[in-house]
Design a protein around this ligand. Structure first.
Ligand SMILES: [Zn+2]
Length: 134
């Protein structure tokens, strides 16, 4: 019983970390191909340019709260963004939830591996599409 609780608590702790990492990788996948800084300008809407507030930046939850649209100009937000953020959260949290307290190093390595493999695949797909469209 204690191991199950430990696994669940660990997964609950790692889920927001994975969501945040997914949100950061989403930013990097958007900005790096455009040769833009990861730090400046702060997060903003690509269409209206309005700077996003803290409440607009919570992975997955902000998308759900805003019904998938920019709070300021009502432009639809790509549905893939919250999906990739959620998958990142699950990639980090699920291995721990399955057996992290028995095998903590293995669970963290599997979680990090899934996260990095998923985003490497995303980067590969984006670069392949850019080559095709060039
Ligand atoms: Zn906007």
């Amino acid at each position: 019983m204690a191991v199950i609780l430990c696994n669940l608590l660990g997964a609950a702790f790692l889920l927001p970390l994975g969501l945040a990492l997914g949100s950061f990788f989403e930013l990097a996948a958007d900005r790096l191909p455009r040769h833009e800084s990861l730090l400046w300008p702060p997060s903003h809407c690509r269409i209206c340019g309005h700077r996003l507030e803290v409440g607009d930046l919570i992975p997955v939850l902000s998308y759900l709260e805003l019904h998938g649209r920019c709070r300021y100009c009502d432009t639809p937000i790509d549905r893939g963004i919250p999906r990739r953020e959620a998958l990142s959260g699950l990639a980090v949290a699920l291995p721990w939830g399955i057996g992290g307290c028995d095998h903590p190093v293995g669970a963290l390595l599997v979680g990090a591996g899934l996260l990095l493999a998923g985003w490497a695949y995303r980067g590969w797909r984006l670069s392949r599409n850019n080559i095709r469209n060039a």
